[in-house]
Design a protein around this ligand. Structure first.
Ligand code: ZN
Length: 183
């Protein structure tokens, strides 16, 4: 990643969701008095059928910490080229036993991988949810139902991001705020 002019900067930053923003830019997770600068943008995929990455992600930089903060649109999942509403509709159909909405072949593969990843996350997600409710079964179905009480998948991703510092399909380092010892 380009680091022109600031060779000592560590640019492995965090991702927050757009709905976490309370102003025109995020706060430094270490110290809210740190000044945050705009730091360009990048494009990523939000649709696996798109021939090129079209989702523009704004990036910010805390100069004092030397870390970046990317702001992910609420309809995106970290690192997954498929929109949250499609994942939500697919997961809803899987747990209710109804037929999944029509999708393309690429989307079908992407959704299948997302579901497989989710089913391997049940223990971790139950531990996260266990801070709020007692879950009896570590099965995907009751965990998805419980998550859906928070709202749609964008709401779920926002809640998992803050306060729980995790995400739906993986415990990404990038969704955790940095600390003095993590950089
Ligand atoms: Zn900072």
């Amino acid at each position: 990643m380009a680091c022109v002019g600031w060779p000592n900067l560590l640019l492995d930053g965090v991702q927050i969701r757009f709905s976490h923003l309370t102003g025109d830019r995020p706060c430094c997770p270490l110290d809210p008095t740190h000044k945050i600068h705009r730091h360009g943008h990048y494009f990523r995929y939000g649709d696996c059928d798109s021939p090129q990455p079209l989702e523009c992600i704004l990036r910010f930089l805390c100069l004092l910490c030397g870390r970046t903060i990317s702001v992910l649109h609420d309809h995106l999942l970290p690192y997954r080229p498929i929109a949250a509403p499609k994942v939500q509709a697919d997961f809803d159909a899987r747990v209710s036993g109804q037929s999944s909405p029509a999708v393309t072949e690429k989307e079908s593969g992407c959704l299948k991988r997302a579901w497989e990843r989710f089913t391997r996350r049940t223990t971790a997600l139950a531990a996260t949810l266990g801070q709020m409710v007692q879950l009896v079964f570590l099965e995907p179905k009751p965990i998805w139902f419980q998550l859906r009480r928070w709202g749609n998948l964008s709401d779920i991703l926002r809640m998992l991001g803050r306060p729980f510092n995790t995400s739906l399909l993986h415990d990404y380092l990038c969704v955790r705020p940095w600390s003095r010892s993590s950089g």
